[in-house]
Design a binder for this molecule. Sequence first.
Ligand code: DC
Length: 225
Amino acid sequence: MEIPVVTIDGPSGSGKGTIAQLLADDLGWHLLDSGALYRVLAYAAQQQGISIEAESAELVSLAEALPVSFSTIDGATHAMLDGQSVEAHIRTETAGNAASKVAAMLAVREALLKRQHDFVESPGLVADGRDMGTTVFPHAPAKIFLTASVEERAQRRHKQLKQKGIDANFRALSEEIAERDARDASRAASPLRPADDALLLDSSGITIEQVLQKARDFLAEREVI
Ligand code: DC
């Protein structure tokens, strides 16, 4: 039997990271946080002095051989580069923006494609990103596209960062989110858009539990669970 994949795509701050993690925990499935791959790549490039402003052979080679992995440390998932946690470096809005720049490059996306397919493992995978349902797992039996207003997403991000002890300016955050949305949605390579067969779920004004319940109902309807 084919290993089921549930895709959760959407713009930054739509809650997809939280929902994907909760759903994966709930089902006992694996999780692919594909955004973390782009974040780690941008961070590694900057560390090595490789420009992220334009596609280059160095950047693509780095993407192909990126020593990235995921580990659970004190119950939390950490993205690791060369065996060291880089969570603190890759979760800022600036790092998100840098990720969005490398993610706009087709050769970089292709270099990371196989790596993403390798996350499919029994009993199932919840894949979180921008193009999970359209490009990476186009045959997934259940696809969800999560949205929320820019204002609500900026508020959530602000709260999230504050909880992590990262101080962020709300207005600057809203502008960065809008800028990142525009780049992610307008790029030629796998732009941010819902797959034709995705469930569109607007999480504005509803609780995480309510979003999760809607997602579960949809999976049951698609006979995935
Ligand atoms: O989900 P995130 O905020 O961690 O993603 C960071 C950036 O990476 C996002 O702005 C766009 C890019 N990205 C992408 O292009 N495709 C994905 N599947 C995941 C993320």
